[in-house]
Design a binder for this molecule. Structure first.
Ligand code: GBH
Length: 478
């Protein structure tokens, strides 16, 4: 039987993030998500991250599950409010001790940590005092914090990510308010400013790492960006089809190129600069030089695909809350997204379109030819699992993964230099504005008892990574 074999040395892993799993024990100060959760109507069921999966207490048990499944790589994030509770130094030793324990435990289990510095849990103090990512002061604090992390953990951590999905933090945090800190900006000025500051924070953190730590520590550092693939919405009218093709390309440039172009080419995509005018901040020559080449690899989080249509009307974004936003970020982009009725959907309502993953990987390879290759730092599916018995039998999740891995394999065959893949997520966790209502885990978590139960997808994934091969099933060929 034929099988999809991945390149020698391909890195398989699973991923999580601090706020989504740790809970607040052990001297973690409040972050913007704590405040957001406590604001009525923001998070489904009024859920919050006070306890989450209590990974703070149970991390040894969690690492044991990873070890038993043969996991080789694990992506985690550090909570800045544990290291800088008040938003600035000196470092809180209790927080340092927690991550030392976790990192050592992973290494003892033969698991290589990949560490994200910022996965959205900004110390609340920085938002209250300075307006968070609207203010360059936050960048300075982030850099001090990054340096503490390199200093204290870099002897053992050899793979760093500065930011997770700055798109989400900027657009959803400061544009439509779907995520913390829940700000809105109808002209998108706050969105572009937040993105700009995160890009500068990324580039300067990388500069610090390369200048002060790389020689001694010998690690790699990058940023990870999220993007859906956008496919032109088919149309029989050639003129409309052409406009839709342009809209699809514009959408990828807008959502991914916004961050990837500065990192690989030194500036924002031309289409953005043209359409946004002076609402999009500018980089100085020094900043451009610093940004260009500031990632040792291309980090990508990918989940889904949409159709794109040209839309020059008022910008709109139909969020999962049903709210419609006009103008701003989406108005600038002028792309209307939709789905095909034939596309199956995950429990998030996100279309399952494996071939979109292949197209996006090839698009990234063609535009950026990233030197250190592409690392897929997240991919996965939420499945409706109302009981643990249903969760354990998560065929739908396996089907999602099989489809996406098959297309990742195809992309590699066609020349995409993909070197790593992390499944989101190791375990069920706090799914941001959806609280605990959505489950992405390979491990089921009972939030009343904190009991962990591996799902079928965990066993399936453990086989993929131990054989470096995706088994070919009959249905995979149709
Ligand atoms: C990731 O976010 C997060 O890193 C992770 O913490 C989270 O748990 C996980 O995925 C699952 O949600 O239609 O153009 O507005 C991914 C979030 C998915 C980004 C949906 C924005 C909508 C794009 N994203 N996406 S658009």
């Amino acid at each position: 039987m034929k099988a999809y074999r991945f390149p020698e040395g391909f890195n398989w892993g699973t991923a999580t993030a601090s706020y989504q799993i740790e809970g607040g024990k052990g001297g973690r100060a409040p972050c913007i998500w704590d405040a957001f959760c406590k604001t009525e109507g923001r998070v489904v069921n009024g859920d919050n991250g006070d306890l989450a999966c209590d990974h703070f207490t149970l991390y040894k048990e969690d690492v044991k599950i990873m070890k038993d499944m043969g996991l080789k790589n694990y992506r985690l994030s550090i909570a800045m409010p544990r290291i800088f509770p008040g938003g600035q130094g000196p470092a809180n030793e209790e927080g340092i001790a927690f991550y030392n324990g976790l990192i050592d435990c992973l290494l003892d289990a033969g698991i290589t940590p990949c560490v994200t510095l910022y996965h959205w849990d900004l110390p609340l103090e920085l938002e209250m005092e300075h307006g968070g990512w609207q203010n360059y002061i936050t960048v300075e604090r982030f850099l001090e914090y990054a340096e503490v992390c390199f200093e204290r953990f870099g002897d053992r951590v050899k793979s760093w990510l500065t930011f997770n999905e700055p798109w989400c933090a900027a657009v959803l945090g400061y544009g439509n308010g779907e995520m913390a800190p829940g700000c809105t900006s109808s002209d998108a000025v706050k969105v572009y400013r937040a993105g700009h500051h995160m890009l500068l924070g990324h580039a300067r953190a990388v500069e610090i790492y390369r200048k002060k730590f790389r020689t001694a520590q010998n690690g790699v550092i990058g940023v990870t960006l999220n993007c859906n693939w956008t496919e032109p919405k088919p149309s029989d009218d050639p003129e409309t089809a052409k406009l839709n093709a342009e809209a699809a390309e514009r959408s990828v440039l807008w959502n991914l190129g916004w961050f990837a172009d500065p990192v690989y080419k030194g500036d924002y995509p031309e289409v953005m600069r043209n359409r946004c005018g002076d609402r999009l901040p500018e980089f100085t020559a020094d900043e451009k030089a610093l940004l260009k080449g500031s990632s040792d690899f291309f980090g990508l989080n990918h989940y889904s695909t949409d159709y794109a249509e040209d839309d020059s009307g008022p910008g709109h974004y139909v969020s999962h809350w049903g709210t419609v936003n006009t103008g701003g970020f989406w108005g600038d982009m002028a792309v209307r997204g939709s789905t095909d009725p034939s596309w199956a959907k995950t429990d998030m309502g996100w279309p399952i379109v494996p071939w979109g993953f292949r197209k996006l990987l090839l698009w990234i390879q063609a535009r950026y030819s990233p030197e250190g290759g592409i690392q897929v730092t997240e991919n996965g599916a939420a499945v409706n699992e109302p009981t643990v018995d249903l969760a354990v039998d998560d065929k739908a999740r396996i089907v999602y993964y099989e489809g996406y891995l098959k297309e990742m394999h195809a992309a590699i065959q066609l020349g995409a230099d993909v070197r790593a893949y992390y499944a989101w997520s190791f375990m069920d966790n706090f799914e941001w504005a959806y609280g605990y209502s959505k489950r992405f885990g390979l491990v089921h978590v009972d939030y009343n008892t904190m009991k962990r139960t591996p799902k079928s997808s965990l066993k399936w994934f453990s086989k993929v990574l131990s054989t470096n091969t995706l088994e070919r099933r009959l249905w995979l060929d149709v």
